[in-house]
Design a protein around this ligand. Structure first.
Ligand code: GAR
Length: 198
């Protein structure tokens, strides 16, 4: 199963996926390309350090969504990779209809809370400020509703007395690094069955 990763930032989840692949823990999935909407995003260097092609794509003219010409550029570049799965690993733009249609049923997103709680921006800070004792991370299918697609899997994280945004973020990232590669590996097994002979 050919995987394309999209990210806007640090790339620690891309790293976890690439490490799982290197260690033989990603099932039949293999990452064929990384793309970022930020030219200076560390995620691009992350791809290169694992020998996986990584490129910036200009997502303009919009700032927080992928639409118009930027959307077309992304669709064209990703279609050329013939992905079985598109993984949003910290891709901070809302996807619109054209992209969702082009890769229908093949897009998953990682979110740093137990959805449906705390969707949108700053899922970690939202949980901390609300005072919940358990938060976590979610991998879900992507549809038109932001962070609202069908949930695939989740991991809980306990918020301890004295946790700060930094310590909680650290715990949630650790959980994400476990959850996301495991989900991709499982999806690759199911994908293999669905595509036998094709
Ligand atoms: C992750 O915590 C992910 O859950 C979050 O961005 C971070 C990316 O970290 N995604 C969202 O908030 C999406 N709404 P990374 O660049 O180190 O993988």
């Amino acid at each position: 199963m050919r995987v394309v990763i999209l990210g806007s930032g640090r790339g620690s989840n891309a790293k976890a996926i690439l490490e799982a692949q290197r260690d033989g823990n990603l099932g039949t999935a293999h990452v064929v390309h990384l793309f970022s909407d930020q030219s200076d995003a560390p995620i691009l260097a992350m791809g290169s350090s694992f020998g996986v092609p990584a490129a910036f794509i200009d997502a303009s003219p919009f700032r927080t969504k992928l639409d118009g010409e930027g959307e077309n550029r992304f669709i064209e570049a990703i279609e050329a990779c013939e992905p079985g799965l598109v993984v949003l690993a910290g891709f901070m733009r809302v996807l619109k209809k054209g992209f969702l249609t082009a890769f229908a049923g093949r897009i998953i997103n990682l979110h740093p809370s137990l959805l449906p709680s705390f969707p949108g921006l700053d899922g970690i800070g939202q949980a901390l400020r609300r005072g919940v004792r358990i938060t976590g991370c979610t991998v879900h299918h992507v549809n038109e509703e932001v962070d609202g697609g069908p949930i695939i899997d989740q991991l809980p994280v306990r918020i301890e007395e004295g946790d700060s945004l930094e310590t909680l973020s650290e715990k949630i990232h650790r959980a994400e690094h476990e959850l996301l590669p495991a989900v991709i590996a499982r999806m690759s097994a199911a994908w293999g069955i669905g595509h036998v002979g094709s």
